[in-house]
Design a protein around this ligand. Sequence first.
Ligand code: CTP
Length: 214
Amino acid sequence: MFKKILITSGPTLEPIDPVRYISNRSSGRTGYYLAMEARMRNLGPVTFITGPTVHLPTQVEVVQVETAQEMRTAVGGHFRSSDVIIMAAAVSDYRSMKYYPDKMKKSSERITLELVKTPDILLEIGRHKRKNQILVGFAAETEDIFANAQRKLLAKNLDLLVLNEISDANPAFGNEENQVYLVRPDGVRRLDKMNKAHIAAVIWDDIVSLAGHS
Ligand code: CTP
């Protein structure tokens, strides 16, 4: 059905010194289920680019990276030849400006760490997306969730945005279940709370229907 499917997954990890890093909460489960579902349905060859996680799909090409910069390089090598790109990775938005090659000692009561932005991989891809490519992004929001989602859909030139509302009732991270919204330029659909394997199946139903319309 598809020539090539590119999926990013897991967190990225931005080192501060040899023993410390900045990261995001992400188990990598949703990305894993998306890859396994694509394989099960025989939708096309999958390249899976992931930050550190225990959830590695089998019988697909797996590329393991650590930092946002490494993920960007790996994605750059596969983006043009892919017709479906799903960016499920929780890329760290910031990294320490400086890497301290020796472990920082706790000699002072307060320290300040200067952070700089990492490249927004999804934004870059959205800018270069071709008409025959389907681009899917993820968002985690805590306030004004629909306005923010619409803004991201447009800004990042997405065909589909999987929106997580992060709240006490729906912690999302680390859980087997989640409640998400599928946001498309033509409307928003609320999915009931369900397990992440099931969510992956519904996301693929949507992508397949988008491909039929393109
Ligand atoms: N993403 C990315 N590169 C980054 C940050 C995020 O590719 N440096 C991608 C993620 O893979 C995901 C989406 O962008 O698909 C998540 O965006 P999110 O972090 O929710 O929003 P941002 O656009 O970064 O805005 P903000 O953090 O201000 O909400």
